[in-house]
Design a protein around this ligand. Structure first.
Ligand code: SF4
Length: 406
């Protein structure tokens, strides 16, 4: 797979070295067992795959290239490039400005743009409507388009299915940038409905099986179906795609649940006339990261530190996974850890940042799961590891530990 020119300050002596060593030892990516970095009083446990994925590395490379190639020009991002505050702050400090918030609110009117401006499309892609608005103003959206090819694959598959008269069920968060973009592209050729989770999938299944009314569908999926969607007509032939950062296992379960509903309604004969197989649209990085994270948490630890943007969907899933097995702290970066007794972290359940005292386990040697979402630079993990190690003067030297992976 292609490698990207990510700015050197995002790389890290510790984590990137380990990743490289694992890549060399296991080029076919068959071993999902975690790596253990034994510093003595702290043993860091790292997932086999985590951090920057293909799409994020590509987006970072293109955004910094846009800065290098356009000195003196105004450079805008349609919205946050990826869901990581450190990456986004760095780009802003270098002069890049955001046109919209991640929720879709306009920060700078498109009318203020001129054809001389540089506009970068984020990794999530953008909607057909926004692309058209920019085209009308002669704004170039192609030179610095960082839309991830795996997101585009979902769009292309949706359009193909739409042309064969299938409707598209999107497993995603309706107002996440990527789902907004996928919804917009898919609805060009197909009726679309978005489901958030298995509970909603079951409600959709009831409509498919004929156990719930049209009115129920319109109420339950309000603002989440495309214009003119007719549940009676448009749920006869369906295909399921996902927001690529949703839990792949949940998408697979939802697809299977809807497939069973279709079988109940239409029988097993000619199933492909009613249900399209879309397994090939799941993002490889999400799959690898989620499989590795599962192997990591199942190997056990005393505490987990998950690093990433609080609005990052894939990082939130990692947090949920860790929380099932151990005390877990979702942090932005090293500044969230004030001391071994005080940490500031994001609570997914209350959606608020909170402080916790006495968070560090009282043991001679503490096993720490250290992991991050697909939009987090490795260097942030190094910084967290080093901050923790600085409070343990008897910890082994970094070079000595790394030499074991040489
Ligand atoms: S998680 Fe997958 S789809 Fe999303 S940006 Fe990364 S590679 Fe692309």
């Amino acid at each position: 797979m292609r490698s990207f020119d990510v700015p050197v300050f995002y790389k890290s002596p510790l984590i990137s070295t380990i990743k490289e060593a694992r890549k060399i030892r296991d080029p076919r990516k068959k071993d999902f067992a975690p790596t253990v970095l034994d510093f003595g009083p702290i043993r860091f446990k790292l997932a086999r795959h985590f951090g920057f994925c293909y799409g994020v590395e590509q987006a970072v490379e293109i955004a910094y290239k846009a800065l290098d190639e356009n000195p003196g020009k105004r450079i805008f991002l349609l919205s946050e490039m990826i869901h990581n505050p450190d990456v986004n702050n760095d780009l802003q400090e270098r002069g890049i400005r955001y046109l919209r918030t991640t929720k879709g609110e306009q920060l700078i009117s498109f009318d203020e743009l001129t054809p001389q401006d540089v506009v970068i499309t984020p990794a999530f892609g953008t909607s057909v409507e926004i692309a058209a608005e920019l085209k009308e103003r002669n704004i170039d959206t192609l030179s610095y388009d960082t839309t991830c090819p795996f997101v585009e694959k979902v769009w292309k598959r949706s359009v193909q299915l739409g042309k064969k008269d299938y409707s598209i069920v999107v497993h995603g968060k309706r107002y996440h940038e990527e789902t907004r973009a996928t919804f917009s592209h898919a609805q060009q050729d197909a009726p679309v409905v978005v489901v958030l989770n298995m509970e909603e999938a079951e409600d959709l299944a009831k409509v498919i099986r004929g156990e719930a009314s049209t009115e129920f569908f319109y109420e339950r999926f309000k603002e989440r179906y495309s214009e003119g969607f007719s549940p009676e007509r448009d749920l006869q032939r369906i295909g399921v795609v996902n927001q690529t950062t949703m839990l792949a296992s949940e998408t697979a379960a939802i697809a299977e649940h809807l497939r069973q509903a279709v079988i109940t309604r239409y029988g097993n004969d000619n199933l492909s006339d009613h249900f399209a197989n879309t397994n090939d649209t799941l993002c490889y990085a999400t799959n690898e990261n989620q499989t590795s994270a599962k192997a990591l948490v199942e190997s056990g630890a005393d505490v987990a530190l998950v690093i990433g943007g609080y609005n990052s969907s894939n990082t939130s899933h990692l947090v949920e996974l860790c929380e099932e097995h151990m005390p877990t702290y979702f942090i932005n970066n090293k500044s969230s850890i004030h001391s071994l007794t005080h940490i500031e972290h994001f609570d997914l359940h209350t959606k608020a940042v909170r402080s916790t005292e006495n968070w560090w386990p009282q043991k001679d040697s503490v096993d720490v799961v250290l992991t991050a979402g697909a939009s987090c630079p490795d260097v942030l993990l190094d910084e967290v590891a080093r901050k923790l190690l600085s409070w343990f003067p008897d910890a082994r030297d970094e070079e000595e530990v790394l030499s074991e992976f040489g």
